[in-house]
Design a protein around this ligand. Structure first.
Ligand SMILES: [Zn+2]
Length: 591
């Protein structure tokens, strides 16, 4: 459908950010003008007064710039064929580049000040809004080297960072796969089409997708192993050069997350394979398989029983499901649904998928492409979770501290999904829908919590092997991976030979120690939802200590304040319980 043919009640109203061309142009001019003023502070950040003025000015300009940047990009996302919107977004992209260049000196100049000077700023109440940011700079200083050494590292980085590009050249360009036969026709097999083919109801289709994809990787496996080994060596080189114990410590340092959180994730999963193995066994039984193979793990075990709801009914359900969040929260959901915060329906030229995005000085927005499916009800709850997290953080934190870090970015959204899941299981009577919902939950846990933890364990082992001087080769990497696969999935699935090479096709491995955040985020979110359901008073702790917290502290500390310490077993117990409950219920329904 064309955008104009869609009822306006399904359109968002971007006017809360920018109410027309004139405002857009005036903010654009204001920001462009101020860039020279900002650059005038270069070399002056050692003077307390100048530093404070500069930090305040940068925030003031950044806050206004955000408005036109986000406005123009959302305007373009409505319909990419709109030339005016496209023109505006290109102009703000270019201004973003100039803004970045004009403020680049800030961090390096502040980092270069001695610790006593920075401590002086931190102690000064006038710098209150910037204390966390300055403390972070002090914390990072321990790993900043001399000018000469930093220059060397910078010079080396282009050469040492080629492994990521090599991997993507192979993944995206050079590697070709044998096609797959489906319904008598040849289907192109690519990294993108693989997922859908692997979930195909026809076993021959998923088997040949699996075999052909891995055969494509195996053809380049020596190159892939050498390249990944190079990547691990570069990781370990930088960690050592900057005085970290290892790359794990370095990777988590930025978020202020202790390495015990990472080790605890791996440990907790290793102590809780039983429910995962039980799930894999249940799949085998439900699919009626004599032998279950790795290529059988993605086919749905329950026939699709969609809840085909019109958008308004989906909104009602989400509001009811989130009632444990309290009246104020549900009231805000109503506001978001009725006052133009959400762009609901798909239309020609609209950006696909869903997101929530916000500038500090206007309410957050949500983009959807709503279709009447079960998963889109979850998407609505998910995006509204981001939306409310932003809303509260904007309201209760100064500009400099409102943005939350990636480590906790998915907690509020998954928490809402969990509350919705719980509500539906308590209220939906149709047995097929119940089975379907349970199968979705089990699949979410398998692919997000367990699978990403297995990846995390692989990265942990690979970096350790390199530090211990053990060579990273096709054999050493693949046999280590195969052992992990067997350990995680258990005896009810055959760990086919080819799965040993799965490590070779995971692009995230070129950004070390990142994927664990999927597992910890889901665990924290499930634990919080569990606490909310168990104790109504806990909602206020969650709201005050988490939703309103933005990024005023390290994300790990924020979660600890919320009663969720990811270095302990409690959050994992809560998460595995939620998984186990679904297993019990599904087993009962299938008897
Ligand atoms: Zn999300």
């Amino acid at each position: 459908m064309k955008r104009n043919d869609i009822d306006k009640k399904y359109h968002w109203d971007l006017g809360a950010m920018v109410d027309g061309n004139e405002t857009f142009e005036s903010i654009f001019d204001y920001v462009s003008d101020k860039l020279t003023t900002i650059e005038g502070y270069k070399g002056k950040l050692g003077e307390r007064k100048a530093a404070l003025e500069c930090l305040k000015l940068v925030d003031e300009v950044s806050e206004r710039f955000e408005l036109i940047y986000i406005y123009s990009h959302m305007f373009k996302d409505e319909d990419a064929s709109n030339g005016t919107a496209m023109g505006m977004s290109i102009r703000t992209d270019s201004l973003a580049g100039k803004f970045g260049a004009a403020t680049a000196f800030l961090n390096s100049e502040l980092s270069a000040l001695d610790a006593a000077a920075l401590d002086g700023y931190i102690a000064d109440p006038e710098f209150k809004d910037f204390d966390f940011m300055l403390k972070e700079i002090v914390r990072q200083k321990a790993h900043i080297l001399s000018d000469k050494e930093e220059k060397l590292l910078a010079m080396s980085s282009e050469a040492l960072n080629t492994t990521y590009n090599v991997a993507h050249m192979l993944f995206d360009v050079d590697m070709k796969f044998k096609s797959v036969k489906k319904d008598g026709k040849k289907v192109n097999l690519t990294n993108e089409s693989y997922g859908e083919l692997l979930a195909d109801g026809d076993r021959a289709v998923r088997k040949s997708a699996f075999n052909n994809l891995y055969d494509g990787y195996i053809e380049h496996i020596n190159t892939l192993a050498a390249n990944y080994a190079g990547n691990v060596k570069a990781d370990n080189f930088y960690a050592k050069a900057r005085g970290y114990k290892d790359c794990l410590e370095q990777s988590l340092f930025g978020d202020g997350v202790p390495t015990s959180v990472y080790e605890n994730l791996i440990d907790a999963c290793n102590k809780n394979f039983a429910p995962l193995h039980r799930y894999i066994g249940l799949r085998k039984k439900m699919l009626g398989l004599d032998k279950q193979h790795m290529y059988d793990l993605y086919v749905p075990i329950v026939e699709n029983a969609e809840m085909k709801l019109p958008y308004e009914e989906a909104c009602d359900i989400v509001k009811k499901a989130l009632a444990p969040m309290g009246e104020e929260y549900v009231g805000l959901l109503g506001k978001a649904m009725n006052e133009g915060w959400i762009d609901v329906m798909p239309n020609d030229g609209k950006r696909g998928g869903a997101y929530s995005w916000s500038s500090y000085s206007a309410h957050p927005y949500v983009l959807l492409n709503y279709a009447p499916t079960t998963s889109d009800i979850f998407t609505l709850a998910h995006e509204l979770g981001h939306c409310m997290h932003s809303y509260y953080s904007q309201k209760f934190q100064p500009y400099s501290k409102w943005n939350y870090q990636i480590f906790v970015a998915e907690v509020a959204s998954i928490c809402n999904e969990t509350l919705l899941d719980d509500y539906l299981m308590k209220n939906v009577k149709d047995e097929n829908v119940r089975k379907y919902l349970l199968s979705l939950r089990l699949n979410r846990f398998r692919t997000t919590l367990f699978r990403q933890a297995m990846f995390a364990e692989f990265e942990y082992n690979a970096h350790k092997m390199d530090l211990e001087g053990k060579p990273l080769t096709v054999d050493s990497l693949s046999s280590m991976y195969l052992d992990l696969n067997k350990k995680y999935y258990g005896a009810d699935v055959i760990s086919d030979d080819r799965i040993a090479y799965e490590w070779a096709r995971i692009p995230h491995f070129y950004k070390a120690f990142y994927v664990y955040k999927y597992s910890t985020g889901m665990t924290a979110a499930t634990s919080i939802a569990h606490n909310i359901l168990a104790n109504p008073d806990y909602v206020n702790v969650y709201k005050d200590k988490f939703l309103k917290a933005g990024g005023h502290k390290s994300p790990y500390d924020i979660l600890c304040d919320t009663g969720v310490d990811l270095a302990t077993v409690k959050p994992y117990d809560d998460a595995f319980k939620f998984f186990n409950d679904a297993l019990d219920e599904l087993e009962k329904l299938c008897k």
